[in-house]
Design a protein around this ligand. Structure first.
Ligand SMILES: [Zn+2]
Length: 460
């Protein structure tokens, strides 16, 4: 087996790993690089291996840093199947279209403002290309098992996000386990990750490789934020990923409402057409959730949807009025890198009575990371906006296992295995996080482990 790290090898985004098995070439994930501009520029480069020679893509889950490069790969000539769980496929339908739409908007804006260095800015891919890519998705049987020539593939539920999986690949007596993104024990919506089969080599994510989730529960923290903010007449903005996070927030808000902590006259606005679609998909696959069917159905009770951009701008402006009644707004994107959440940041950030609570991890270089880091002025659509609102981070909503959880995941896999892995590669983390997890695996488990470099090839 030969593995080439084409992304997420020195950073937390751009998950792409090329697996060469004799003549067969499988790409594990095809994710977008996000965050710092130098990383995002990698999205414009070719994969680093001929896309036409790929036999298939095995997709761990629907987050863009895992699937968002797929249409670009198609443009480079990849016409093969993309294997993913049915829920991942449904979510990709929403996410890839939206990603393409944002790419088209960016290109349009660059052309209008003349800010592109190129003659004419082009989108990384178009909505039509995203739609064509969706046709390449191949359904995975319910048991998650697949045979591709002489290669056996098995998808195992990884918690983290609807449909998310770890992927075990075996070929000619050798094997690899790719963690994908690992969910955490105690996730609001997703059950505990299942334990996959042991493999010779493990590729493990390290998003939270140097952090532990605080013991406090998200519901109590959010309840406190709501109470304090409403008391001073402010509103609460929850910048959120449309998929997964937004549904977890709806669940928390419904529970707070049932507990009498969110008054009935305080409206919940869901300003993200994509979150609306993702909520529908979540309900369609409700059997994958850990909550009851009836609680799943109640997620959307008394939730107001903002469909049009004009409506969004109007609501954002109205919340900044001196006598505005408190409200809760969930809007995307989750790291405030773009999207309608900027409408609210523009009007709410300058006012001290409001609270902007970022749920979950904020990648370096994003507006969310800067705000959580305490910057008192941020640039939005070319204008400097003062940040006087309270800004906080809701850690309890992360969809990722923390460092203890990652070690626990590894321990559980090898608890009954004949031998430990020959090698562990730590990927998908900021350098400090990846290195921290590497040293814990070395010290606490005593297994051979290292952090690979971008572009490096290893074989076993
Ligand atoms: Zn993910």
């Amino acid at each position: 087996m030969k593995l080439t790290f084409l992304g997420a090898a020195d950073t937390v985004t751009g998950s792409r790993h090329l697996l060469t098995l004799g003549e067969q070439r499988l790409l594990l994930d095809a994710g977008l690089f996000q965050g710092f501009k130098t990383l995002r520029e990698r999205n414009w480069m070719a994969l680093g291996a001929p896309a036409t020679q790929l036999d298939a893509v095995l997709l761990s889950h629907a987050h863009l840093d895992h699937c968002g490069y797929l249409p670009a790969l198609r443009r480079q000539g990849f016409k093969g199947p993309i294997y993913a769980t049915p829920a991942t496929r449904d979510l990709c339908d929403v996410l890839l279209r939206d990603s393409a739409h944002l790419q088209e908007e960016d290109a349009r804006r660059a052309n209008k403002e003349g800010s592109s260095r190129h003659e004419k800015a082009l989108p990384l891919y178009s909505v039509r290309e995203a739609e064509a890519t969706l046709k390449q998705f191949a359904p995975l049987p319910r048991d998650g098992k697949l045979r591709l020539g002489a290669t056996d593939v098995r998808f195992t539920p990884a918690g983290h996000l609807l449909g998310a999986s770890s992927i075990h690949v075996s070929h000619a007596g050798r094997s690899l386990l790719f963690s994908g993104d690992i969910g955490r024990v105690g996730d609001l919506l997703m059950p505990v990750p299942q334990v996959p089969a042991a493999a010779d080599v493990v590729l493990i994510e390290s998003t939270y490789g140097n952090r532990l989730h605080p013991a406090e529960d998200a519901q109590a923290h959010l309840g406190q934020i709501l109470r304090n903010t409403f008391k001073r007449g402010g509103s609460v903005l929850l910048p959120s990923f449309a998929v997964g996070r937004a549904q977890a927030l709806l669940l928390l808000l419904q529970r707070l409402r049932n507990a009498g902590e969110l008054p009935l006259d305080v409206p919940i606005w869901l300003d993200s057409p994509m979150a609306e679609l993702a909520t529908e998909i979540t309900l369609k696959h409700a059997r994958l959730l850990r909550i009851s069917a009836s609680e799943a159905r109640s997620l959307t009770d008394r939730v107001h949807y903002v469909t049009k951009q004009a409506q969004s701008l109007k609501l954002a402006a109205s919340l900044a009025q001196p006598r505005a009644k408190p409200a809760v707004v969930i809007s995307a994107s989750g790291m405030a890198t773009g999207g309608r959440v900027l409408n609210y940041i523009e009007t709410m950030a300058p006012q001290a009575r409001h609270h902007i609570a970022f749920p979950g991890f904020q990648a370096g270089g994003t507006r969310g990371a800067r705000m959580v880091g305490g910057e008192r002025e941020i640039k939005v659509r070319g204008q400097w906006v003062p940040v006087n609102a309270e800004v906080s981070q809701l850690e309890g909503l992360s969809g990722h296992a923390d460092a203890d959880g990652l070690l626990q995941w590894l321990r559980a896999i090898y608890a009954n295995a004949a031998r430990p892995p020959e090698q562990v590669y730590v990927v998908h983390g900021e350098p400090a996080a990846a290195d921290a997890l590497r040293s814990r695996i070395q010290d606490e488990l005593g297994w051979p482990v290292r952090v690979p470099q971008h572009g490096e090839t290893v074989s076993w």
